[in-house]
Design a protein around this ligand. Structure first.
Ligand code: TRP
Length: 385
C-alpha cells in the first residue's frame, strides 16, 4: 500500500556529489532568508501582541540537561517573562524525552528538572499565570505523535538542518548512530506546540526549521481531517532581540560544550568567566559583529544588562581596551543577576516541596488540555468507537 502525501511533500532527488557544495550554499542562503523573514514577522507580531495579548498562547521550553545559562536567559527566558508580564498565556515544556534523543544516560532527571524550575522561577516566571510541565507526565500529548508522524516524509525529516547538525555531532563526536527519536523529535515538538493550540513560539533562529515542520503538520492535518474549519493554528516564531551568546571559547554558549556561564554561578565565577573570555589583538573597542565576534559578544551582553546599545558601550570603553570592557561587563552582569540569584538561593533553600508542587499543578493543567485535544483529534480522524 502506498501513502498519498500532499504534493508539497513529494520527495526531491538527492544531489549527486559535485552538486553537494551548491546544495549546501543554497541551504545556507535559504536559512538566512527565513531568519530575516522571521525577524520581520516578529516586529509585526510585537505590535499585535502589545494590543491584544489575550489572543496569544506561547509554548516553548528547554531540554533538562542542566541548570540554565546566560545564553538561555538572553536568548529566550527573559523574553518569556516579558510576554507573561504583557498578559500572554505562557506554557513551558521541560522536554525530558528530548534528553534521550542523543544520549543513553540522562543523569539525575528529577534533580536537573528542579534546577531548571529554579531558574524559571528566579527569572520571574509566575506559576499562577504560567504553566510548567514535563513531556513524560502528559500521555495524550505524546500520543499526538502518531498521527503527526504520518503527515511528514522521512526525506523532509532528513533535510531539517538542525537535526542534520545534531545527527552529525552524534556520529562524529560521540561515534553513535542516529536514533529514531533524534530524527523525529521535530514532530514531537509539533505535538508540544499544537496540543495546547500554541500560536506563538519564542525561539532562537536554530529552531526555525522545527517550527516550519510544525506549521506543515498543522496545515496538513487541517487539510486532511478538518478542511471546513482549521483545527490547529499555524504558529509563528518570535525571535528574541538578542543574537547568539558566545561561551568562554568563542563558540556558541552551550551546556554540552562546557563553555557556559550558569545563572546560578557565584559572583567570583562570573568574574573568572569574563576574565577568561576570548578577545582579539586590536586595542580599541569597536562594535563590528562580523569582524570582531568576541568583542561584539561582550558588548552585546554588557549593553543588554545596562540598557544601552552595543555601539554606545563601545564608544564609552574605546581606547581603554578589552580589560576595561571585561570589567564593565562583569560589573553589569553581577549587578543585573543579583536579584535573580538572591531569589534563586531563597527558593533553593526552601527545599523541593514547593518546586514539586509547581510542577504537579502544571502537569495537571497540561493533561487536562491534552486530553481534550486528543479527544477532538480522535473525532476528526473518525476514530470514535
Ligand atoms: N528543542 C528545544 C531546545 O532544545 C526545547 C523544546 C522542546 C521546544 N519542545 C519545544 C522549544 C517546543 C519550542 C517549542 O531548546
Amino acid at each position: 500500500m502506498s501513502v498519498t502525501l500532499p504534493p508539497e511533500a513529494a520527495p526531491t532527488s538527492s544531489a549527486p556529489g559535485a552538486l553537494l557544495d551548491l546544495e549546501a550554499a543554497r541551504e545556507k542562503r535559504s536559512a538566512t532568508r527565513s531568519a530575516e523573514a522571521a525577524r520581520e514577522r516578529t516586529a509585526v507580531l510585537e505590535g499585535l501582541i502589545a494590543r491584544n495579548p489575550g489572543e496569544y498562547r506561547v509554548l516553548t521550553g528547554d531540554r533538562p540537561t542542566g541548570a540554565l545559562h546566560l545564553g538561555h536567559l538572553m536568548g529566550t527566558v527573559a523574553n518569556r517573562v516579558r510576554l507573561q508580564d504583557l498578559g500572554v498565556e505562557v506554557f513551558l515544556i521541560v522536554a525530558d524525552y528530548q534528553v534521550i534523543t542523543d544520549r543513553d544516560d540522562s543523569g539525575d532527571l528529577p534533580a536537573t528538572v528542579r534546577e531548571v524550575l529554579l531558574d524559571y522561577l528566579a527569572a520571574g516566571l509566575d506559576p499562577d499565570r504560567s504553566t510548567v510541565f514535563t513531556h513524560s507526565a502528559v500521555p495524550a500529548l505524546n500520543q499526538l505523535l502518531l498521527p503527526f508522524l504520518s503527515l511528514v516524509t522521512v526525506a523532509e525529516l532528513e533535510r531539517n538542518p538542525t537535526v542534520k547538525s545534531e545527527a552529525e555531532a552524534a556520529v562524529l563526536r560521540q561515534r553513535r548512530g542516529i536514533s529514531g527519536l533524534l530524527l523525529t523529535y521535530p514532530v514531537h515538538q509539533a505535538a508540544d506546540i499544537l496540543f495546547c493550540h500554541g500560536n506563538l513560539v519564542p525561539v532562537g533562529v536554530d529552531q526555525l526549521p522545527h517550527l516550519e515542520i510544525t506549521r506543515t503538520i498543522a496545515r496538513r492535518f487541517n487539510q486532511r481531517y478538518s478542511a471546513t474549519r482549521p483545527y490547529f493554528p499555524e504558529p509563528d516564531a518570535l525571535i528574541a532581540p538578542s543574537t547568539t551568546v558566545l561561551g568562554s571559547d568563542g563558540r556558541r554558549m552551550s551546556k554540552s560544550r562546557g563553555n557556559a556561564l550558569e545563572l546560578r554561578a557565584s559572583e567570583d565565577d562570573t568574574a573568572t568567566f569574563f576574565r577568561r573570555a576570548r578577545t582579539d589583538a586590536e586595542r580599541t573597542i569597536t562594535y563590528e559583529p562580523e569582524q570582531r565576534p568576541e568583542i561584539a559578544n561582550l558588548l552585546q551582553i554588557g549593553a543588554s544588562f545596562t540598557g544601552t546599545s552595543p555601539e554606545a558601550l563601545a564608544d564609552e570603553v574605546g581606547a581603554a581596551g578589552a580589560g576595561r570592557l571585561k570589567a564593565v561587563v562583569t560589573e553589569a552582569v553581577v549587578e543585573g543577576l543579583r536579584p535573580l540569584r538572591a531569589r534563586r538561593r531563597e527558593l533553593a533553600s526552601a527545599g523541593p516541596r514547593h518546586l514539586d508542587e509547581v510542577l504537579a499543578r502544571g502537569n495537571a493543567r497540561a493533561n487536562e488540555i491534552a486530553d481534550r485535544t486528543l479527544d477532538d483529534v480522535r473525532d476528526l480522524m473518525g476514530m470514535r468507537y
